[in-house]
Ligand binder design. Structure first.
Ligand code: NAD
Ligand code: MG
Length: 365
């Protein structure tokens, strides 16, 4: 039994990436079996005695018991409550976030409480916002369960909800105390969600990490097959990239952090133009037209991501939707454009508008 225990331990992958933000610095733990075998990893980041787990109906069925067990097992003194939100981007609203506050107040949770997000980007963004506002700020931990959340949304402290007039328009910068990426949770992720998350890894390759792009060209099939070692590596590289950008530009005060939004100008236009939910976030932003187009297209196709524009998107629709983009400054549209060798990009309003028209014409049928 001891030998098999040992063998099991040897098969555990565990990596740590640090996000350096002075007093707000925190670790990201990445590996398999973390919830099951390494609960101390996140327990040590919970300073008080009370935890509120925030999750949704779908994830609660699969992971809530495991998470509560990890929090309360052994010699734990923690008392744990949970709030289960409805599933989906449609419920990423201020009304739904208020359910978290209702539960916390009903349970008489004080400022020493820790809010723990268990879920994808929607739950993470909502729980983080709830934590930022509850009694002016309580401790916050992320346990992301989608690739999208493990490589992108759980890191960096952007939290918030949608407003009927715009996506992610209400929110706060609020950093977690730790992020725990358990790759085992990805085994139940639908294929389409897996691919949507992989598009964000491709994004890091395109904007700042050419070796990661090349690694993806070698290893895409392993990622699609959810190989543990490859998955943990891709998450680690992604988190290193995101952590570097966030450490240098925590509040998006210059253009550096904005480069993480590669594809958003086009992607959000597609999301709005086709109705939220028709395309997943990662599917909609996976459209890139530059010199490395062919390699990118091939890579995205291997991840089974769409590489064409939905038929209902006309050039005019694109243009009118892109005009309301957050990056429009002083009436001028700014774009994140890949420029120079693979792995570099610029944020600029200084581009040839005729070229943009041509590109849109080319992609819209
Ligand atoms: P999501 O949170 O809606 O999750 C996708 C679907 O997968 C949901 O139905 C969810 O219930 C389900 N799911 C989650 N984990 C699962 C698991 N382990 N097994 C089975 N099903 C599971 O979507 P997402 O792609 O994770 O996140 C998208 C959101 O993230 C958007 O709202 C976007 O605005 C936000 N986002 C935020 C940032 C940021 O910096 N804060 C960055 C990128 C995206
Ligand atoms: Mg994105």
């Amino acid at each position: 039994a001891e030998a098999s225990m040992l063998q099991q331990q040897e098969e555990l992958v565990m990596k740590t990436v640090d996000v350096s933000l002075g007093t707000r610095s925190y670790p990201i733990y990445i590996g398999n079996g973390l919830l099951q075998h390494r609960p101390e990893l996140f327990r040590k980041h919970i300073p008080g005695k009370k935890v509120l787990v925030v999750t949704n109906e779908n994830i609660a069925k699969i992971y809530l018991d495991k998470t509560v067990q990890a929090l309360t097992g052994g010699d734990s003194q923690l008392s744990v409550e949970s709030v289960v939100l409805p599933d989906g981007e449609d419920f990423k609203t201020l009304d739904d976030v208020a359910r978290v506050w209702d539960k916390a107040l009903q349970s008489r949770m004080d400022r020493g409480t820790t809010f723990l997000a268990l879920g994808g980007g929607v739950v993470g963004d909502m729980c983080g916002f709830a934590a930022a506002c509850y009694q002016r700020g309580v401790h916050f931990i992320q346990v992301p369960t989608t690739v999208m959340a493990q490589v992108d949304s759980s890191v960096g402290g952007k939290t918030g909800v949608n407003h009927p007039l715009g996506k992610n328009m209400i929110g706060a910068f609020y950093q977690p105390r730790a992020v725990l990426c358990d790759t085992d949770t990805l085994t139940t992720l639908p294929d389409r969600e897996l691919a949507s998350g992989i598009s964000e890894i491709v994004k890091y390759g395109l904007i700042r990490d050419a070796p990661l792009f090349a690694w993806l060209e070698e290893n895409m099939e392993k990622l699609m097959a959810r190989d543990t070692v490859a998955t943990a590596y891709a998450i680690e590289r992604s988190c290193i990239n995101k952590a570097e950008v966030v450490a240098a530009d925590e509040r998006e005060t210059n253009d550096l952090r904005a480069t993480l939004n590669l594809g958003h100008t086009f992607g959000h236009a597609i999301e709005t133009g086709t109705g939220y939910g028709t395309l997943l976030h990662g599917e909609a932003v996976g459209w890139i037209d530059r010199s490395i187009l062919d390699r990118t297209r091939t890579l995205l196709q291997r991840a089974r991501l769409p590489v064409t524009v939905p038929p209902e998107m006309s050039v005019d629709l694109f243009k009118s939707l892109m005009a309301v983009d957050k990056k429009v400054s002083a009436g001028k549209l700014r774009l994140i454009l890949l420029k120079g060798p693979l792995g570099s990009c610029v944020v600029t309003g200084d581009f040839d508008t005729a070229k943009l028209d041509e590109t849109l014409q080319h992609f819209c049928s």
